[in-house]
Design a protein around this ligand. Sequence first.
Ligand SMILES: [Mg+2]
Ligand SMILES: [Zn+2]
Length: 187
Amino acid sequence: MKKAVFLDRDGVLTKMIYNEITCEFEPPHCIENLEILEGVYESLKQLNENDFILFLVSNQPDYAKGKTSIENLYEVGIEFRNRIINNGIQIKEYYYCYHHPDGKVKEYSFICNCRKPSTFFVEKAIAEFGIVREKSWFIGDRESDIQCGKTAKLNTVYISKDNLNSFGADYSAKNIVESVKIILKKN
Ligand SMILES: [Mg+2]
Ligand SMILES: [Zn+2]
């Protein structure tokens, strides 16, 4: 019985970066801003050791929105993967959606199939690797993550600092460390 954990990236595994111009927290747009959150490596390693197959499912619309270049987004993605590998962790597939329904860059601005809450990548992984839904999880920090996980009939953990609204997630947690503790307890 193959079980998986589907992981959102930004705000779950990597630190969101405050942009003083837009006054918003954004995903890292350059390697210098890529910071892996505390406890991520240890937590993911624990999931690996407990036979969970890991998948990354990440929306990256900031090129489509005209906020950064596609090369920058690729570069951050490559560096992220290198750090994961260098820390002895296996993430089976890295699924990225670069589209946005109303962005500024024409070729990337349309209603695509793969942007969360779409389950496109999750379904692809489930089919390709024979993942059992009831034994599998989605961890994310946005409503779209929880919606995606619920639609795919996975267990869901919503990561939030204030825990005000968990969007119907099965569990909420403050961070990845707490999330993994919940998952391993239910395992
Ligand atoms: Mg996120
Ligand atoms: Zn897409």
